[in-house]
Design a protein around this ligand. Structure first.
Ligand code: ADP
Ligand code: F6P
Length: 330
């Protein structure tokens, strides 16, 4: 098959996620293998508007597959939401003979990719976010590493919480989605998992159950709280005051976005980056790469953005059985 593109750009945008480097590497190596030139664009759409880019060769992506972050840097660029800057970006691509673009980022970055596509630059987006909040895909780059990082941190907190017979509230990332909380909560055996999707905000119910569990011999209490719910410090103070149990809040924060990507993140990110190039070769544009029902597939960006994603229903179901949220009070 003849390449429908001759030179592609690749950029990372929005919050970084472990595995983005594996995706960049796959884009570069796959493109070069087909004789397509590649330029790396720095700092997402911000760097594109500044024409901050450089040619990439096979050595540019050596020794990066195991490293977190993104060698291309990332940024949030509000200007890019304006049509005049979207046109400027497309003009810069045309001036540099870039006729295809791979954007690795979250749903905000996809909106930018859609605009670039409308401006005549064939654009394929790859889901790179630790939040797993992209509806068309069951996997996003970095989620697996982030949940393992958070799980290990919670295991450590449990040790000290147990020694001091305390209650620990652990706040995990996930802007407005509770997937990280759901997964890490289940994996670390948390007694409560609070997400914006499911928590009704009633801390008194948690307090009542902590008191019941303490009375039957439970020595520590782990509450995993999603960033979207927030208020972890206030919640800790409220629980301590009402129960008399020392309560500490820990906000894991950006540590969840770093670190060496897991095997899964390296492999899936590689598959997604390579598929983005295959789609550009076929002359496709305005598509999002996804993982669905065991296969790597692609969707129209508009269609992908219009889909809605909630927490996985069966995981929600078992959460009710496995945490204190459904324990009988008697
Ligand atoms: P993420 O991609 O992780 O969701 P953001 O929502 O911050 O992160 O979006 C990243 C970047 O994508 C923004 O800084 C902006 O440059 C671009 N972007 C976001 N929304 C739009 C939009 N509606 N139109 C064009 N570009 C957008
Ligand atoms: O979208 C990824 C994410 O890490 C969210 O979980 C979090 O709310 C946000 O980015 C934090 O963004 P920033 O890097 O701007 O602090």
């Amino acid at each position: 098959m003849e390449n429908k593109v001759k030179k592609i750009g690749v950029l990372t945008s929005g919050g970084d996620s472990p595995g983005m480097n594996a995706a960049i590497r796959a884009v570069v190596r796959t493109a070069l293998s087909y004789g397509i030139e590649v330029v790396g664009i720095k700092r997402g759409y911000a760097g594109l508007l500044e024409e901050d880019m450089e040619p990439m060769n096979t050595i540019s992506v050596s020794d990066i597959i195991h490293i977190g972050g993104t060698i291309l840097y990332t940024a949030r660029c509000l200007e890019f939401k304006e049509p005049e800057y979207q046109k400027k970006a497309a003009d810069i691509c045309k001036k540099n003979n870039i006729d295809g673009m791979v954007v690795v980022g979250g749903d905000g970055s996809f909106r930018g990719g859609m605009r670039l596509s409308e401006q005549g630059i064939n654009t394929i987006c790859v889901p790179g976010t630790i939040d797993l909040d992209i509806a068309c895909t069951e996997y996003t780059i970095g989620f697996d590493t982030a949940i393992n990082t958070a799980m290990e941190a919670i295991d450590k907190l449990r040790d000290t919480s147990e020694s001091h017979e305390r209650c620990s509230i652990v706040e995990v990332m996930g802007r407005s989605a509770g997937h990280i909380a759901q997964w890490t909560g289940i994996a670390s055996g948390a007694e409560y998992i609070l997400t914006t999707e499911e928590f009704d905000g009633d801390v008194t119910k948690i307090i009542d159950k902590i008191l019941v569990r303490r009375a039957i011999g439970k020595k520590n209490h782990i509450i995993v709280n999603a960033e979207g719910v927030g208020n972890s410090m206030e919640m800790a103070a409220e629980i301590q005051k009402a129960t008399g149990i020392e309560t500490r809040a820990t906000i894991l924060g950006h540590i969840q976005r770093g670190g060496n990507p897991t095997c899964k993140d390296r492999v899936y990110a590689s598959a997604m980056g390579a598929l983005a190039v295959e789609l550009l070769r076929e002359g496709k544009t305005n598509r999002v790469v996804a993982y669905k029902h065991g296969e790597f597939v692609d969707f129209d960006i508009q269609e992908a953005l219009s889909m809605e994603k909630g927490l996985t229903p069966y995981l929600s179901h078992i959460t009710k059985r496995l945490t204190s949220s459904s324990y009988r009070m008697d």
